[in-house]
Design a binder for this molecule. Sequence first.
Ligand code: KIV
Length: 268
Amino acid sequence: MRFQNILDKKKHHQKITMLTAYDYPFGSLADEAGVDIVLVGDSLANVVLGLSSTKEVGMKEMLPHTRAVVRAVKNALVVADMPFEAYQINTKGAVDNARQFMEAGCHAVKLEWFDCCAQVTQQIVKAGIPVMGHVGLTPQTATQMKVQGKDAASARQIMNEAKILQQQGCFSIVLECIPQEVASLITQQLEIPTIGIGAGVHCDGQVLVSHDILGLFTRYQPKFSKKYIELAPLIVQAFKQYKKDVETGRFPDDAHSFHMSEQEIKKM
Ligand code: KIV
């Protein structure tokens, strides 16, 4: 049903929405907002764990975060990002690792394009595990975080990779940081839905990192991301108010305290 919803949306030219979540509160809020797909992204590394590369997270980080999101999400499709080590270093263990994500309760895994992506995708799909592909800018292996496919040859290469992943059985594919003209052509030529991030308006759907759109991640802001609210200063303000209340004795007040009866106090 959750997969059918996404495939139907492409068929009926309705946009697909996807957001990242890494824990229970964000999973339930994204689900309450009605997004179609919740991605437990390996951007966990950057926006939650304070690391500089998505390559620095592995199975031991991704699995507990996936479980937390799964506990929260009731309606959306939950996709977990396979970490670099789980399929690019350990290609032989890729199916077992993908299985661990399914056992954690998610509905599909996402893999970034790399040299052996076609073979690894085929094996995971054959094992009955739905796979979302990811082409264009692939942060796990990129040497520079910049727009990909700006000339005809590299655009053709990305188009080719997307077609290979469709052939291997991917149910959908992320297009990251490519010119919108290229994303539009790929979207027209694929039967499976494309989900863009920095790939323009013609994709079948869009994905953004929640912490970016909420103004929670202040280290940098990608050009393609839109800030819908600036939460960081509001949070700092609340933390400062709490600190001041504690320091001045205004917190905890009577409304936030418990009492013992006079009789029990006497006995004590
Ligand atoms: O990890 C992530 O957040 C992602 C999205 C950018 C698609 O892969």
